[in-house]
Design a protein around this ligand. Structure first.
Ligand SMILES: Nc1ncnc2c1ncn2[C@@H]1O[C@H](COP(=O)(O)OP(=O)(O)OP(=O)(O)O)[C@@H](O)[C@H]1O
Ligand SMILES: [Mg+2]
Length: 244
């Protein structure tokens, strides 16, 4: 398979089975460069399973993953990071006893070949970009939950990703924090491709250039926000159950 030049990542027939449960099935997916692409779907639809295969935390049962023209299906996660994939987890994964600065520095050092000066510059930049520049020396566990999620995004940014995958970044955030998050994603999207798993429909509809809907482990629909919003199958499976 050959990727078009505006495609940064694609999957072909990607599938994952857990002891007979088909969590992902035959997923053909294309992520275009410099887009915000939202992945939505009901709880248990297979969203986290899908991105876990993209980043190399889970091995696919079948199918292939291509990143920037290379088949990365069997590549270890750290090599995918080196190629330019960054991500944050659905479950908060900061080191609560370390400072904000130390958390981001750990992530920044994962990118090979960086000297101390460069690590410091990357850390400072990432913290400023998510709005935590003033809190660099605070212990992560003392931050509000919303600030911890922003810290995770800073950790994701520290590897200078060309593709940033965010798994439910706004879960548990207050409305004011969600507004700040939207502004952050808009700013980041100028230079980075973003794959956003998100349940908050106002975030999806405002930010996403493209939306893919997963349902029972398969792609139910793909299109622009307006197309997805108007899609009867999507409404039946998902949107009708949301309050937003
Ligand atoms: N490690 C695992 N072992 C067994 N089953 C799993 C495992 N991980 C996920 N599953 C199952 O696979 C299905 C898809 O789960 P997944 O976490 O990918 O859904 P999701 O779309 O991310 O859901 P949510 O919106 O709740 O985060 C679910 O039925 C889940 O229970
Ligand atoms: Mg999930």
């Amino acid at each position: 398979m050959k990727q078009a030049s505006d495609v940064i990542l694609s999957t072909e027939g990607l599938g994952k089975s857990f002891d007979g449960l088909r969590a992902n099935n035959a997923i053909d997916f294309t992520l275009r460069k410099n887009r915000v692409h939202a992945l939505i779907g009901p709880n248990g639809a297979g969203k986290t399973t899908f991105v876990s295969m993209l980043i190399g935390r889970l091995a696919p049962t079948d199918g292939a993953i291509w990143f920037d023209g290379q088949n990365v299906t069997e590549m270890p996660a750290h090599r995918r990071v080196a190629l330019g994939m960054g991500y944050t987890f659905q479950i908060t994964s900061v080191f609560s006893r370390l400072s904000c600065h130390e958390n981001v520095a750990l992530a920044a050092r994962r990118k090979a070949g960086r000297g101390k000066g460069e690590v410091e510059a990357v850390v400072a930049d990432a913290l400023v970009r998510v709005g935590l520049g003033e809190r660099a020396d605070e212990v992560a566990g003392d931050l509000s939950y919303g600030h911890q999620r922003l810290l995770e995004i800073a950790m994701g940014l520290a590897s200078a990703p060309r593709l940033l995958i965010l798994d439910e970044p706004t879960q548990g955030l207050a409305e004011s924090e969600i507004a700040a998050f939207k502004a952050l994603i808009r700013a980041l999207s100028a230079e980075t491709t973003i794959l956003l798993i998100e349940h908050n429909m106002s975030v999806v509809m405002e930010l996403a250039d493209e939306i893919t809907v997963l349902n029972f482990g398969e792609i139910l629909a793909h299109g622009t926000a307006a197309e997805i919003h108007a899609n009867p199958a999507v409404q039946a499976a998902y949107l009708g159950t949301e309050t937003a």
